[in-house]
Design a protein around this ligand. Structure first.
Ligand SMILES: Cc1cc2nc3c(=O)[nH]c(=O)nc-3n(C[C@H](O)[C@H](O)[C@H](O)COP(=O)(O)OP(=O)(O)OC[C@H]3O[C@@H](n4cnc5c(N)ncnc54)[C@H](O)[C@@H]3O)c2cc1C
Length: 232
């Protein structure tokens, strides 16, 4: 029952992105109440042990990867804890739905202190400060865009005394986790080919996207791989 309802909603959302008026037909309240009522994935019942070799608090991307890697050793016991809910098939998988999930309890929903110069259109001049809550962490509500930092940030962290955090230190690790399928920059030496994380271009480009890139180039910006250390 839930699967077919959610499929209809997902389809409506996709169409809503294309045909703007459709959005107004979809009530945010209805969707969020659907999400609240939806059945989470059944992870199976496991009996808690008296003790564990590793206890990981927080099942965000970091905690999940850590638990996955540690539990590859069958002799090791791992407990992964999260304060939030489990995943809901389709809803928590699609980046398209992320912004909607940010309106549910998949988001801690923090607000900043009152701002003097920002968020002036928001209640009390307080910015929304999204932070994912549940199995998947902020990847439940994020946009699933693969973005490495700028090399200067990493080098700054290394200079501040964090050994192993320079761009040259982290680049081999970025490459190791990645299987890149990137049209224009895949062979530039900054990408991996056999990691577990698949990274690829959006499968199509619209005329507007092409025009956007062209006009940025005309304005003097370089068309570059923003994951190769320099973002601009
Ligand atoms: C709106 C938004 C959009 C984003 N877009 C992108 C993007 O497009 N691309 C990108 O690469 N990154 C994006 N990010 C950033 C990315 O999601 C985070 O860098 C990433 O999720 C961090 O992973 P993490 O495991 O370190 O922490 P988190 O994802 O924050 O996970 C922390 C986990 O800990 C749990 N937790 C917290 N407190 C407790 C507690 N006391 N007990 C038990 N569990 C607890 C939480 O429920 C959560 O599951 C975005 C982030 C946000 C908020």
């Amino acid at each position: 029952m839930f699967r077919s309802r959610s499929a209809v909603i997902s389809l409506a959302l996709i169409l809503g992105g294309i045909v703007q008026p459709t959005v107004s037909l979809i009530s945010l309240g209805n969707i969020t109440s659907l999400i609240y009522d939806a059945k989470e994935i059944n992870y199976g019942r496991h009996t808690l042990l008296d003790s564990y070799d590793f206890i990981i608090v927080g099942a965000g991307p970091a905690g999940c990867v850590l638990a996955n890697r540690l539990s590859e050793d069958p002799t090791v016991t791992v407990l992964l804890l999260d304060i939030g809910r489990g995943e809901i098939p389709l809803f928590t998988d699609s980046p398209l739905v992320g912004p909607l999930l940010a309106s549910t309890d998949y988001n801690f929903g923090y607000e900043t202190e009152k701002q003097q110069n920002g968020c002036l259109g928001l209640r009390g001049h307080r910015c929304s400060w999204a932070h994912g809550r549940g199995v998947g962490g902020s990847s439940i509500i994020n946009n699933v865009i693969f973005t490495r930092g700028n090399r200067r940030d990493y080098d700054g962290w290394a200079r501040a005394g964090n050994e192993g955090w320079s761009w040259n230190d982290v680049l081999p690790l970025f490459k190791r986790i990645e299987t890149a399928n990137i049209r224009d920059f895949g062979d530039n030496g900054f990408h991996g080919t056999d990691g577990r994380l698949s990274v690829e271009d959006a499968p199509f480009r619209t005329d507007i996207a092409r025009a956007f890139v062209k006009s940025a180039e005309a304005a003097g910006y370089r068309y570059l791989d923003y994951n190769a250390g320099d973002n601009l």
